[in-house]
Design a binder for this molecule. Structure first.
Ligand code: ZN
Length: 470
């Protein structure tokens, strides 16, 4: 009964947005078609590396062109095309870009209960690499494009769909190539892409996250230098020891806490929907009382490390290279620090702080090469898009929306740096599914059928509300 009322409510919400238009999509047909395209896309092996998005690009192009939607491809490498489709509006507003990536991370087939590229439906789930990263967004974009075209929805703005290659570690063939060489094809006011989601716990939706900003991945290299010698005669100048002390010092260092608009709103909204025993930490971290802040930070570092990370520029020493045989004191030792800077961090000043923490003339501290993404401001929390997302989360999921800052990086960074307001969204997944090994980049990957269908409807509702002529 509960289920019946629920699906009835969904149906009402799905069709209400089309009030005033001549046609409405048939929900059953819409969902059947969603599942058909979704499974077809999941069955295409688009692993990156090596990177072979062509089958997905060909599939999308063929489906779009069958509906007379022009689909252009842009390839830096022949097997790695990006696909762009544009539905023209009357130009009253600047375009809306819907972006999704067609590549997926690698698999170890021996870890899978169902084959990773079979899109098996079992027990209410769809299994397959890409089910939540990112063929969910691919199928949502595709269905929205097809439905806008079929219903001939009059638009106040162009709606552009970008199906990009190379998100999983080879952005030079994907977003970098599109931004650097074909920017006019995707230039927009707003963009929706992966990076957010809806959090379910115990089968209940708790809240939705919309990513509005992200940290910037950087790398610091520590190089300790000392005197080489025979291992039977220990030396104070031993490079391994100096490096170990430097690594320990930076790892213990609590970098300064800085709250921005996104993280401030995130913690205060999280406090509102959490149990009292957790809620007070989320309030305390925003307090002006430094003791409360410190205690909350202690709690996060211990129990909720992701929350500790979004408070600050973080440092994680992840590589340590020293020595080559048991009886030789090496003259050099190196460590690499994974540094995720806050978007407004000044790298030069930050490096000076790290040098002070290391405080050892035998250890050189320097920024090291990394595929650094451009920095940018946050997408606004009072924009038309954020408001529409929030309203549709309420309507579709009956849950609050939390703006978030990613600790990791997404392709939205390149678009935000060009001035596009980008928002990361995604379907509902169970928090219990991650530790079981079914999340994005996990040994296996899956999504509830009901949730992929709900997300595609949500995407459609949002795009129609943002783009339809009013
Ligand atoms: Zn992804």
């Amino acid at each position: 009964m509960r289920t019946l009322i629920f699906s009835l409510a969904l149906f009402v919400s799905f069709s209400v947005c089309l009030a005033g238009q001549s046609q409405q999509p048939d929900l059953k047909a819409f969902e059947e078609e969603t599942m058909r395209h979704y499974q077809a896309l999941l069955r295409l092996e688009t692993m990156d590396p090596p990177g072979n998005e062509r089958p997905a690009a060909d599939y999308l192009k063929q489906v779009l062109e069958k509906e007379r939607i022009e689909a252009k491809t842009f390839s830096l490498e022949p097997n790695r095309p990006n696909v762009v489709a544009r539905l023209k509006g009357n130009g009253r507003k600047r375009p809306l870009l819907i972006m999704a990536h067609t590549d997926v991370v690698n698999v170890d087939p021996s870890k899978w209960t169902f084959p990773p590229f079979a899109a098996t439906r079992n027990g209410g789930y769809v299994y397959g690499r890409g089910t939540v990263d990112d063929k969910d967004n691919v199928v949502a974009a595709l269905m929205t494009a097809l439905t806008l075209k079929r219903l001939n929805v009059p638009l106040d703005r162009d709606v552009i769909f970008l199906f990009e290659a190379g998100e999983e570690g080879s952005t030079r063939v994907g977003i970098q190539f599109m931004v650097n060489q074909h920017y006019s094809e995707i230039d927009s006011e707003f963009c929706l892409a992966e990076g957010g989601g809806v959090v379910r716990q115990g089968g209940q939706v708790k809240y939705a996250t919309v990513q509005t900003i992200e940290k910037i991945p950087r790398a610091i290299e520590l190089t300790a230098r000392g005197v080489a010698g025979h291992g039977s005669v220990p030396l104070k100048t031993n490079a391994v020891v100096h490096l170990a002390e430097a690594v320990a010092a930076v790892a213990k260092w609590r970098t300064p806490i800085r709250i921005n608009d996104t993280t401030g709103a995130y913690f205060s909204r999280l406090a509102e929907l959490s149990k009292p025993e957790e809620a007070h930490w989320y309030r305390d971290i925003l307090s002006t009382d430094s003791k409360k802040v410190q205690a909350a930070d202690d709690y996060f570092l211990d129990k909720e490390p992701r929350h500790a990370s979004i408070l600050r520029t973080s440092i994680s020493p992840n590589q340590f290279n020293a020595g080559y045989r048991i009886n030789v004191i090496p003259s050099e030792a190196k460590a690499l620090l994974d540094v995720r800077t806050l978007p407004d961090e000044d790298p030069t000043k930050f490096l000076e702080q790290v040098k002070k923490v290391v405080n050892d003339p035998a250890v050189e501290v320097a920024w090291s090469a990394r595929d650094v993404r451009p920095s940018s401001g946050a997408a606004k929390l009072d924009s038309e898009v954020f408001k529409v997302l929030e309203a549709n989360v309420t309507k579709t999921y009956n849950a609050p929306t939390l703006p978030t800052m990613s600790t990791g990086a997404t392709d939205m960074a390149y678009l935000r740096a060009k001035g596009i307001q980008c928002y990361g969204i995604g379907p509902a997944t169970d928090v219990e599914d991650g530790p079981l090994g079914f999340g994005a980049h996990s040994d296996q990957e899956r999504i509830l059928e009901s949730e992929i269908l709900r997300f595609v409807r949500f995407n459609w509702d949002v795009v129609v509300e943002l783009a339809r002529s009013k």
